[in-house]
Design a protein around this ligand. Structure first.
Ligand code: GP9
Ligand code: MN
Length: 631
């Protein structure tokens, strides 16, 4: 126990006790996955940093208030921890503001809360008891009036610790706060209390924008969409898959540059290559994701809206009203299910899926995952498809089943026995390994097709597959230029590298390679067209990829765009076919030139910006809550 020592002050005692307790709770009450030493270190120091930050406030108080403050702060913080523990026991997740106020989760919890309490929970209150014991029973005076210098010192120390914690977290997960990722990541890196503050700030920001929005803004958006992004023309393919199951596969990190390409003379993706001849394969299809990566790709294809310029709408706007593919198909009698062997809270999928009208989410708990059958991010794709079949075959038809693959994910780790193609040989380990996991993904898709055929599902379904986003960032451009046999990767090449494969496989139909430009916003209208669903009342920024009157450009979230003839990026307009520079739109004063330069790309530029701002308005203002889509 403590030696009675005049130098030990209550805020230090409380910080140490509360910090140690929080750490124990992180380790033993929550199931937090630690992947490396840095994560362990962060998880260890964070509780003390946070506790110090809370209790150090007391040094600014009058001596007689210090004790009271510390007691109440410790009690409140303990209750917050404890509510999280109870919630976690029931839902395997941390509390968030939207959950508290709008979720049915907490209401569900209410009735069973007693059942969640365990006898040893009493230890969670042990530091409170100890402080009480020392200060009341033992009458230790651990408080004092602090001189101004000391107050400032303690405050600076608290802030410096916080900054240190944040820097470590930023090293471990760049852009952690902007992107959100997963609640577990946030808690792991910044701690539960800072996570709650983060959550409150996020929620109030988006609430404010929502509060000031009204339905009037929608009418100009609807006019715009009707005039610019709608193609209601029926083609030969209209309703070709009416009433059939829709099987959608997200091809993790798969880029178009590997399709129909070779490594040391060997095809990288032999199965997908064969599918390019037996499907409608779109070779000029672009991903449009931003910080939300996979979640953005899902958001775009399910809603035909753009992702947000920062953060993931899956996190920031999961409570909005949407008019999504699962909802629209639900009205046609389709049951919808998502299969993905990861925690359901990753990318906040669990909340978002409920809201998007996904009926069933087969998350990690639906799968048997062990060391032998997983690699990198988790369950290997081949296992994933195999284990999914028992669920798929039992779904009531017609269904919309969406599969999200995982193995071909950075850092592209693969067990030796699964590697069936050599690594590339360059300075980029990432690109070198990419070919092996891409090949593995190709094989797993082939196996999935076989499962579908064997189970008889194949004939009654159409299979749509899409790459979610790039796998190889521009950081690896030197290695990439070696592989593509180019002198360098220019900004033009960089845009062309944002192409991801898009397949529409209709059993019994030949298909072929399609060269029109398209993007992820086009997926929803394309699906509706194939399934013969009337979507003329939808508000969507994409157009049916098979339509004759398509919107003639694809906008990327950073403002770059691709038209039939041009590519515009980083202020430069290029010829799409040749890559030749056609001129640059000045970047104004910074470029030492403030006269406006028009290029062939200029007319599109304004429209792209307008379109993005409309999409943002819908999301920030939650405008669909004012609209009746059945009218
Ligand atoms: C996680 C998986 C990968 O569940 O979808 O996400 P990403 O890092 O690609 O966005
Ligand atoms: Mn992804």
């Amino acid at each position: 126990m403590f030696q009675r020592n005049e130098n030990i002050k209550l805020y230090i005692v409380a910080s140490l006790l509360f910090g140690a307790k929080t750490y124990m709770i992180y380790r033993f009450f929550f199931n937090i996955n630690l992947e490396n030493v840095v994560q362990e270190l962060i998880l260890f120091i964070n509780p003390f940093v946070t506790a110090f930050l809370i209790f150090a406030v007391s040094v600014w108080m009058k001596e007689k208030n210090q004790l009271r403050f510390i007691r109440y702060a410790a009690l409140l913080a303990t209750l917050i921890l404890y509510f999280n523990i109870l919630f976690y026991r029931s839902f395997g997740d941390f509390l968030t503001i939207p959950l508290l106020f709008q979720g049915s989760n907490v209401a569900d919890l209410g009735s069973s809360v007693i059942a969640l309490i365990e006898p040893f929970d009493i230890f969670i209150f042990i530091d409170l008891a100890l402080i009480w014991y020392l200060t009341v029973q033992k009458k230790w005076t651990l408080t004092t009036t602090f001189p101004r210098k000391k107050k400032l010192l303690v405050l600076s120390m608290a802030l410096a610790f916080l900054l240190g914690n944040y820097i470590l977290a930023e090293i471990e997960r760049p852009q952690l706060l902007q992107r959100g990722f997963d609640r577990e990541y946030l808690v792991k890196n910044i701690g539960l209390f800072n996570f709650h503050i983060y959550d409150i700030v996020q929620q109030s920001r988006s609430q404010a924008q929502r509060v000031f929005a009204d339905g009037n803004e929608l009418s100009s958006i609807i006019t715009y969409v009707d005039e610019n992004t709608t193609d209601n023309e029926e083609t030969d393919l209209y309703g070709i898959a009416k009433g059939k199951n829709l099987i959608f596969v997200t091809l993790e990190s798969l880029q178009t540059f590997v399709i129909n390409n070779t490594l040391n003379g060997e095809e990288v993706t032999p199965f997908l290559n064969s599918l390019t001849e037996e499907s409608y394969y779109f070779e000029n299809f672009y991903h449009q994701t931003e910080q939300g990566k996979t979640a953005d790709s899902e958001f775009i294809m399910e809603n035909s809206l753009y992702p947000l310029p920062s953060g993931a709408a899956y996190f920031t706007h999961s409570g909005n009203t949407y008019h999504s593919t699962p909802q629209m198909l639900g009205e046609e009698g389709y049951m919808s299910a998502v299969f993905h062997a990861n925690n359901s809270s990753f990318w906040n999928r669990n909340s978002m899926y409920d809201n998007l009208g996904v009926d069933q989410f087969y998350d990690i708990n639906a799968y048997e995952v062990n060391d032998g059958n997983s690699v990198g991010w988790g369950l290997k794709d081949k296992e994933f498809f195999e284990q999914s079949m028992k669920y798929l075959t039992n779904l009531p038809e017609p269904y919309y089943a969406r599969f999200i693959t995982l193995t071909n994910h950075h850092p592209f780790d693969l067990d030796e026995e699964d590697a069936t193609i050599d690594q590339f040989d360059s300075n980029s380990n990432t690109l070198n390994k990419y070919f092996q996991t891409v090949r593995y993904l190709d094989e797993s898709i082939e196996e999935f097709f076989n499962h579908l055929k064997e189970s008889g599902i194949y004939e009654d379904s159409i299979i749509v597959m899409m790459g979610d986003h790039y796998g190889i960032s521009d950081f690896h451009n030197r290695a990439m230029s070696m592989y593509l046999d180019k002198e360098e990767i220019t900004s033009y090449d960089q845009i062309q590298l944002q192409r991801v494969p898009f397949f529409v496989h209709i059993p019994g139909q030949e298909g072929g390679v399609m060269s029109q430009i398209g993007g992820q916003v086009d997926v929803k209208p394309t699906i509706m067209h194939l399934l013969g669903v009337d979507d003329s009342a939808d508000i969507s920024f994409g157009t049916n990829l098979f339509g004759p009157n398509r919107k003639d450009y694809v906008a990327l979230r950073d403002g770059s765009f691709i038209t039939d003839d041009y590519i515009f990026t980083k202020d430069v307009c290029y010829d799409r076919e040749s890559g030749e520079e056609l001129g640059s739109e000045n970047s104004g004063i910074l470029a030492g030139d403030d006269s406006d330069t028009e290029t062939a790309c200029s007319p599109f530029r304004e429209q792209v910006e307008l379109e993005m701002s409309y999409s943002d308005k819908i999301i920030y203002g939650d405008l669909f809550r004012f609209h009746d889509f059945t009218e």
